[in-house]
Design a binder for this molecule. Structure first.
Ligand code: SAM
Length: 207
């Protein structure tokens, strides 16, 4: 997976590649999906959600420029896999999930596997997690209507946000925003992607 799906597609950072080597992806998927755990695609998890394609997780971590001292917010904890990869690199990770069953199973899994620097919390991640802000990097694993203003407000100076924008089923764009010294966010487009919807006060309505 690391050589063929990540390195050959331009993921060059040794810390990111090592993090993917270290986290056992098979422990984050359902038992009947384990033989597919290292495939080059997303996989279904509980509650009708998905664990993202490894390359997309790596691309987002690389684009966010996550480093050893960073405090990171992940919106859309799902299985906890991306949080576990980020936690190999960053100082600590708060991962927020709106589906209570996923938050609970993710918490159990990460405590069983031993990730003391990850906190999985339950709530609407479009509002961020102000009690732990500011964050050096924010990653959203679900596609929004726009970059939620509460997330922009919770970025540290120089902080980075990487998230997909666009409706489910439509073309979605992965964007990277960097907090400028004047408090504005400078946005760049990174790639066309496909994610589940970001549902919440600053996202889409639940259908
Ligand atoms: N990062 C996850 C992993 O490694 O397994 C994959 C996440 S999945 C592609 C997207 C997740 O975002 C789903 O679990 C979904 O319930 C969650 N989600 C959608 N809207 C959300 C919101 N407003 N706040 C928190 N989580 C949200």
């Amino acid at each position: 997976m690391v050589e063929h799906q990540l390195r050959r597609r331009g993921i060059a950072d040794a810390q990111i590649l090592d993090a993917f080597r270290t986290v056992p992806r098979e422990a984050f998927v359902d038992e009947d999906q384990r033989h597919l755990a290292y495939g080059d695609h997303p996989l279904p998890i509980a509650a009708g959600q998905t664990i993202s394609q490894p390359y997309i997780v790596a691309l987002m971590i690389q684009a966010a420029g996550i480093g050893p001292g960073d405090r990171v917010l992940e919106v859309g904890a799902g299985s906890g896999y991306a949080a576990a990869v980020i936690a190999q690199i960053a100082r600590d990770v708060v991962a927020i999930e709106r589906q209570p069953a996923l938050a609970e199973s993710g918490r159990e899994r990460l405590s069983r596997l031993g990730y003391p620097n990850i906190e999985i919390v339950e709530g609407d991640g479009t509002l961020g997690w102000p009690q732990a802000a500011p964050f050096d990097a924010i990653l959203a694993a679900a596609s929004g209507r726009h970059v939620p203003p509460p997330l922009i407000a919770q970025l540290a100076p120089g902080g980075r946000i990487v998230m997909p924008i666009g409706a489910a089923g439509d073309a979605q764009e992965l964007v990277r925003g960097v907090m400028q010294p004047d408090g504005t966010l400078r946005l760049h487009r990174l790639a066309e992607v496909r994610f589940v919807p970001l549902i919440g006060a600053e996202g889409w309505d639940e259908r």
